[in-house]
Design a protein. Structure first.
Length: 171
């Protein structure tokens, strides 16, 4: 008798409602949810699991290692040069095919811009440029910024001074 009651209780609990739960598409309406929307926004202040919460410096260090510049050039060539061009003048291959031109890194406003401005633009995007936060890690963003600063310096340095610097390095 006990066995029969136990089997009946187990069978009564085996409804297929939970196994075959109805699915809601994110853009569909669902009664009972706020604003009748199946997709809910996360609560204010929610932080993604993969979010980097470490403090972000405002500027590059005073001494930039050569390895950082080399990494910056490599990452710049991959992510930035198609639009900004290899020299940073804003005439990249994508622009030549009809995309709106980005500003030149050699504009006085961008030369005076703080390093953090470039970091924020890479992270969040700006204008028609989308965010590269998921594609470029923070260390590579700083390497790209170091390379952008080197590009800016290369266009402002007089040739005579550059030649003198090369001559000093050869001695």
């Amino acid at each position: 008798m006990r066995r029969a009651v136990l089997i009946l209780m187990l069978l009564a609990g085996c409804k297929q409602d939970m196994a075959q739960m109805p699915r809601l598409d994110p853009v569909s309406s669902a009664l009972g949810f706020p604003h009748d929307a199946a997709a809910l926004l996360p609560p204010e202040g929610t932080v993604a699991r993969h979010a980097d919460l470490s403090p972000v410096p405002d500027a590059l260090p005073d001494q930039i290692p050569l390895a950082m510049l080399e990494r910056g050039r490599e990452r710049y060539d991959v992510f930035c040069a198609p639009c900004h061009s290899p020299t940073g003048d804003g005439d990249g291959m994508i622009v030549r095919r009809g995309f709106p031109p980005p500003p030149s890194y050699h504009d006085p406003g961008l030369i005076r811009a703080p390093d953090r401005h470039f970091y924020d633009v890479i992270t969040n995007g700006y204008g028609v440029m989308f965010s590269y936060a998921s594609r470029v890690p923070p260390a590579d963003r700083w390497a790209i910024i170091a390379y952008i600063r080197a590009l800016q310096l290369s266009q402002r340095t007089p040739v005579a001074l550059a030649d003198a610097g090369l001559a000093e390095g050869e001695e």
